[in-house]
Design a protein around this ligand. Structure first.
Ligand SMILES: *[C@@H]1O[C@H](CO)[C@@H](O)[C@H](O)[C@H]1NC(C)=O
Length: 528
């Protein structure tokens, strides 16, 4: 599609500005070149290569103790976390005590294994949690330096429900400031690295989760996603992640709290290495709302309708999908057609070109009562002291800011936001209607998770709009599962998003199980 003159000018300015910053970065950023190509060590303990479901079964059957499982994960975290900086605070001692109580419970249980399975499906299995979820007694900062002493005094409901199902929190994991960037970096905890190549990004905002899971230091975790914060880290770190239909899993007791209409676009969901853990963890996280998703209803993959959306129809400021990911999505289409005897129809939505503008516009809309969302510079600052973006940028230049360049950039960008454009709203409403009509209750679609595999850390600063591929699904409110599909030539994970109509979460979750069989699912970072 030909670009208009205005778009060409915008593109040029965008490339010049980001190119300029990239040059500065090359000159001033501390070198991390010694990390290039380095990976976490291979997994030696077979306990680390079992799903949460398998582990819970073994614990109930007394084939292994919870203490052994928790200890295996503690040992692995101690091995990999100094390389990854993913877990920012552990609770190893408490976790071991809780594991000992689990083992005692199993020893004393006389009603049989089924009773335990029913009541405590995750009995004795370690769990990692994104730091922005309240976990009682653990730091709860959202990556802000001025919140460094804030501890959670309660458990957020999904954490409480997972604990009640027998899971044992083992630590909390890194995020960007206020969970508002595609890399997990802040001046409280530092930056999180990718287990497949330590000089590359783990993504964000649930990047600590992505990294520790991909590096086999955790088996199940939980994240939140308003622009791709579950799916991008899952894609970069080679694991499964599900962005639930909004409104099913509560965001209560997460930091920052949602304002404006954000509750309509944010989702909470499971992140894990094994596809069979997605549904059980999601069911528990959903608490009393689990019934909304009919997760127990059988899905017959052969009777679904399949669509593939190859790209965003060419948004001028977003990078195009890399050739390896175009080829990968074609391979998925071929496998689906061969294995299931279905027809996968290619569809293109020209409105997707406006994904970033749609996301920006809808994030800025007031809530039902006309209340505007809290401005980013306000929640970034200390209470009553909003950050002044230009001044903060000057401080940053002199190394005196407690905020990251990404956060300051977002605050600056927010200053330039104008009124919502009726054209963008019209485009989004059309896309919403067309996609919902297409998908119905039995349609699934494939869409790239991101235009490229995990970039070098800080590179996303120079391609800030690549979240378009995930972000648009948030404003559409659709459920979507990021599925890992193996490693590329450089040994980096690649994957695809599988989405469906609202509340049809069970469809992409069923496709995820199939894709794990067909493509092998999570792959260990190969031995260096
Ligand atoms: C999107 O994919 C279609 C089908 O492969 C292709 O014809 C089109 O050129 C692509 N558009 C962009 C902008 O990449």
């Amino acid at each position: 599609m030909a670009l208009s003159l205005l778009e060409m000018v915008k593109l040029l300015v965008f490339k010049l500005v980001t190119g300029f910053f990239y040059m500065l970065y090359k000159i001033f950023a501390p070198s991390r070149s010694h990390l290039i190509g380095k990976k976490v060590p291979p997994v030696s303990d077979p306990l680390l290569l079992m799903s949460a479901k398998q582990l819970a079964t073994k614990i109930r059957k007394k084939e292994v103790t919870s203490v052994e499982v928790v200890q295996a994960y503690i040992d692995r975290i101690q091995e990999v976390n100094p390389l990854l900086n993913a877990i920012v605070k552990d609770r190893f001692d408490a976790a071991l005590q809780e594991a000992a109580l689990v083992d005692k419970l199993v020893e004393e249980e006389t009603d049989g294994e089924e009773v335990l399975e029913d009541r405590l499906p995750l009995l004795g299995v370690p769990l990692s949690v994104k730091e922005s979820y309240a976990v009682q007694g653990m730091p709860y900062t959202g990556g802000l330096v001025h919140r460094k002493d804030v501890m959670a005094t309660v458990d957020s409901p999904p954490v409480a429900w997972l604990k009640r199902a027998g899971a044992i929190p083992i630590g909390v994991t890194n995020t960007p400031e206020l969970c508002m960037w595609g890399e997990s970096h802040n001046h409280l905890y530092g930056i999180t690295n990718n287990p497949y190549d330590l000089c590359r990004t783990a993504g964000g905002s649930s990047g600590g989760e992505g990294s520790i899971l991909g590096g086999a230091g955790s088996v199940i975790g939980i994240g939140s996603d308003i622009a791709g914060s579950i799916r991008m880290p899952c894609f970069f770190n080679g694991i499964f992640g599900h962005k639930t239909t909004p409104g099913v899993v509560t965001s209560e007791h997460q930091y920052p709290p949602t304002t404006g209409r954000h509750e309509e676009y944010v989702s909470n969901g499971p992140m894990c290495r094994y596809a069979e853990d997605l549904v059980p963890v999601l069911r528990i996280m959903s608490g009393p709302n689990a019934h909304m998703l009919n997760l127990d209803e059988e899905v017959d993959l052969k009777t679904l309708r399949y669509f593939t959306i190859p790209n965003d129809s060419g948004a001028p400021l977003v990078y195009p999908v890399s050739q390896e990911l175009i080829d990968l999505q074609k391979r998925v289409v071929e496998r689906l057609e061969e294995d299931l005897g279905v027809k996968v129809e290619e569809v293109n939505f020209p409105e997707l070109r406006h994904s970033v503008q749609m996301w920006n516009t809808y994030m800025g809309l007031p809530d039902k009562d006309g209340k505007q969302p809290e401005p980013f510079n306000v929640i970034l600052g200390e209470p009553g002291r909003p950050v002044r973006p230009m001044w903060e940028f000057v401080k940053w230049l002199f190394g005196r800011s407690t905020h990251t360049f990404a956060s300051i950039g977002l605050a600056l960008q927010e200053m330039t936001c104008g009124k919502p454009s009726p054209f963008i709203i019209e485009q989004k409403e059309k896309l919403q209607k067309d996609m919902e009509e297409l998908l119905g209750t039995d349609g699934v679609f494939l869409y790239p998770t991101h235009p490229r595999a995990a970039p070098i850390t800080h590179h996303p600063l120079f391609r800030p709009l690549d979240f378009a591929y995930t972000g648009v699904i948030n404003v559409l409110g659709l459920p979507v599962t990021q599925c890992p599909l193996g490693l590329n030539d450089q040994g980096l994970p690649i994957g695809v998003q599988v989405g469906a109509g609202k509340l049809q979460d069970r469809l992409p979750l069923a496709v995820a199980l199939y894709l794990e069989k067909a493509f092998g699912g999570w792959k260990e970072p190969e031995a260096a």
